[in-house]
Design a protein around this ligand. Structure first.
Ligand code: PMP
Length: 348
């Protein structure tokens, strides 16, 4: 047996399975649930839907998206979550010796996907004020630059103007991850990506759309780049039930999604306000569906105190330039009340 030797150095994504949580705020999913039309679509699924292979590249979904965005279907690639699209994009660009520059901290799977595809990740720390270091990313001259805005885990958004400058000045391809874009007014650069050759903007149905369990995401970009990512991704990655449900949601439940995203922002800001001013806690200006706080104390210990109250939060240790931090997903009003009620004891 000869397994790739370098796999030993690549981390396995294996978050702990926590028993007994009654409020899990670790994964930034949509606590308001799933769009009604997606549920109805799944509940009315026929035997043939399961018996047959799905569309090879989710063309019903990509056509519906293309119509909404007023771009060509050939400018959209869907996948098994935006994870799949990011992975396939890096694979399509993985020329010998290729590098990928990314902010640090940012979405932790990206350097892993790079390594799995034999691309070398280059971490560029966020600036001291927490902003994305666009000049630092450009200075790497990496042929692939990944940026996430609003950024996971910090929640900070980069301005449209700065992102367009990055698109213009990048030496190669820019991948802009807009997984949390529905929660901010900062930018929607899908159409800008479709007008360029060198940009892929990725989106997901896992967050504002409330469909993380279905695993559907997509990328938007120029025709040649999208064709390359489609080839690198492989066939049948969006299953038939997921495609039907996501397409139903997109077609019938945009208002549901917008309303829930708005409510999410209100609860996120309530939670942020309740955390602000606590000793040793810095609340970041999050534009995602979560609050991020950097800490002068142990994140693991604080997360354990939340856990004894049945609440799951994500603890980070040793983040570049930050140290310990917590990321707490936004939840519905009564759930947020519960989190806020726990804060005095947790941070005591
Ligand atoms: N990008 C970012 C920034 C994320 O936080 C996540 C999920 N946590 C993803 C992409 C992947 O999401 P999915 O595969 O569910 O679309």
């Amino acid at each position: 047996m000869s397994i790739r030797a370098d796999l030993a150095q690549i981390p396995l994504y294996a978050p702990p399975t926590l028993e007994g949580l009654s409020l899990d705020l670790r994964d930034n999913v949509n606590l308001w649930g799933a769009p009604p039309s997606a549920l109805a679509s799944l509940q009315s699924a026929s035997a043939a839907l399961l018996r047959d292979y799905p569309r090879v590249s989710a063309s019903a979904l990509t056509s519906a998206l293309a119509t909404q965005l007023d771009i060509a279907p050939a400018q959209i690639v869907a996948g098994c979550g935006s994870d799949d699209v990011l992975d396939a994009c890096i694979r399509a660009l993985a020329t010998d010796g290729a590098t990928l520059a990314h902010a640090d901290p940012s979405f932790s799977m990206v350097p892993t996907f790079a390594r799995l595809n034999r691309v070398t990740p280059i971490a560029v720390p966020l600036r001291a004020d927490g902003a994305m270091d666009i000049d630092g990313l450009l200075a790497t001259r990496a042929p692939i630059i990944y940026v996430c805005s609003p950024n996971n885990p910090t929640g900070t958004a980069t301005s449209r103007a700065e992102l367009l400058r990055l698109f213009d000045e990048a030496p190669g391809i820019v991948v802009l991850d807009e997984a949390y874009a529905e929660f901010t007014d900062a930018h929607d650069l899908r159409r800008a990506a479709a007008e360029r050759e060198n940009v892929l903007v990725t989106r997901t149905f896992s967050k504002a759309w409330g469909l993380a369990g279905l695993r559907v995401g997509y990328g938007v970009g120029g025709v040649d780049l999208v064709a390359a990512v489609t080839k690198a991704r492989g066939p049948y990655k969006v299953n038939a039930a997921a495609e039907a449900a996501a397409t139903a949601a997109l077609t019938h439940d945009e208002a549901w999604m917008r309303d829930v995203a708005q409510q999410t922002r209100i609860q996120r800001d309530r939670l942020a306000a309740a955390l602000r001013g606590r000793v040793g806690v810095s609340v970041w200006a999050s534009e995602g569906n979560f609050v991020f706080v950097s800490l002068q104390r142990s994140a693991v210990e604080l997360a354990a105190r939340f856990r004894t109250r049945g609440i799951g939060v994500r603890a980070f240790t040793g983040l570049t330039g930050i140290g310990d931090a917590l990321r707490i997903g936004a939840a519905r009003p009564a759930e947020t009340d519960r989190v806020i009620a726990a804060l005095d004891e947790v941070f005591a």
